[in-house]
Design a protein around this ligand. Structure first.
Ligand code: CUA
Length: 339
């Protein structure tokens, strides 16, 4: 659908944007049709049934079941068509594909901090390849923000103490606006940036052109050592006091309260900040809380380290862009970014 002739419509540059636009125009079309129909009928009746003499008494009108059924059933069908169509796009948008490349986003007053899974950091800029699926894993350091890329028709709140995700596949190279869409304080309107969509080969060059940076998984491994996690959580159960972490991510976990859940970002975060909340079956609630000791960015690093711990031989669904083969020992210890 060519929409550039409509004023104020942002460019359409992702695989969902055309679908969102089609639904939007359907809603506008239905609204315009009924606005015209109702006001037209209203004006017609006002003229047709106007008072003609000062003491005219109107004819009494009995109800019509046929008429009432028609004006209930037709709007019901129209409303349900909006619901079904909207739900279909919503489900598609809210379920990131498994093979998407992961990019971490941290919002803070008043900037967007972005890190790719290979370690590249960006501020208020997001470089992505065209034609590949990108999943954003987002959190906030302070208040509620909202990550909004109008040209891709995607938008999601970014919350402190919680991970939200959204995904997209950009369709054409170019530079697009990135906005914070939730009032977050004085410089909210300045919390803007650009999304730079590149040809996949250009993107790969860009990504490898900056290889001195440490990947979040490697930084997470260092934190895992320095915070002493390793003394209880050996990758394969060494230590014995905490559950093994290899292959944990995405797996089913059995808890002491007989609940079962899938280990996801929210569960891992909670287990670090509030370990007593969900204790794995067979273990005691002896882990101290790390709330306040790790920044949201460090949490992301630990999370990406845990995701990278796959059981050898098993496929690794969680890590799509594997960290470069670099050992933490071979690298100068970079202090975690605390800006
Ligand atoms: Cu961040 Cu508005």
């Amino acid at each position: 659908m060519q929409t550039s002739w409509i004023p104020f419509i942002p460019e359409s540059a992702s695989t969902v944007s055309e679908k969102v636009d089609a639904l939007y125009f359907y809603l506008c079309g239905v609204t315009a049709f009924f606005t015209l129909l109702i006001s037209g009928v209203l004006i017609f009746f006002v003229i047709k049934y106007r008072r003609r003499t000062p003491f005219e008494i109107p004819r009494p009108i009995a109800g019509s079941h046929k008429l009432e059924t028609v004006w209930s059933v037709i709007p019901f069908i129209i409303a349900m068509s909006m619901f079904a169509w909207g739900a279909q796009i919503y489900f598609q948008n809210s379920r990131p594909p498994k093979n998407a490349n992961e990019v971490y986003v941290v919002g803070k007053q008043w900037m967007w901090k972005i890190q790719h899974s290979t370690g590249q950091r960006e501020i208020n800029e997001l470089h992505v390849p065209a034609g590949r699926k990108i999943k954003l894993i987002m959190t906030s350091e302070d208040t509620i923000h909202d990550f909004f890329i109008p040209a891709f028709r995607i938008k999601a709140d970014v919350l402190p103490g919680k991970y939200t995700t959204q995904w997209f596949e950009a369709t054409k190279p170019g530079t697009y606006h990135l906005f914070c869409a939730e009032y977050c304080g004085m410089n909210h309107s300045g919390m803007i940036g650009s999304v730079i969509v590149m040809q996949p080969t250009d993107f790969d060059n860009w990504l490898s052109g900056n290889s001195s940076q440490q990947s979040p998984a490697v930084a997470g491994q260092q934190l895992f050592q320095s915070l002493g996690c390793v003394s209880c959580h050996g990758a394969n159960g060494e230590g014995g006091r905490g559950p093994a972490l290899a292959g944990l991510f995405g797996r089913k976990v059995f808890l002491t309260n007989n609940q079962t859940l899938t280990a996801d970002e929210a569960y891992v975060r909670e287990s670090i900040e509030n370990p007593a909340a969900k204790v794995v079956s067979g273990f005691s609630p002896i882990m101290p809380t790390f709330q306040g000791q790790v920044t949201p960015e460090q949490l992301i690093q630990i999370m990406s380290f845990i995701k990278s711990l796959q059981i050898s031989g098993a496929p690794s669904p969680a890590t799509t862009a594997p960290a470069k083969a670099e050992t933490p020992a071979a690298k100068a210890a970079t202090p975690p970014n605390r800006q």
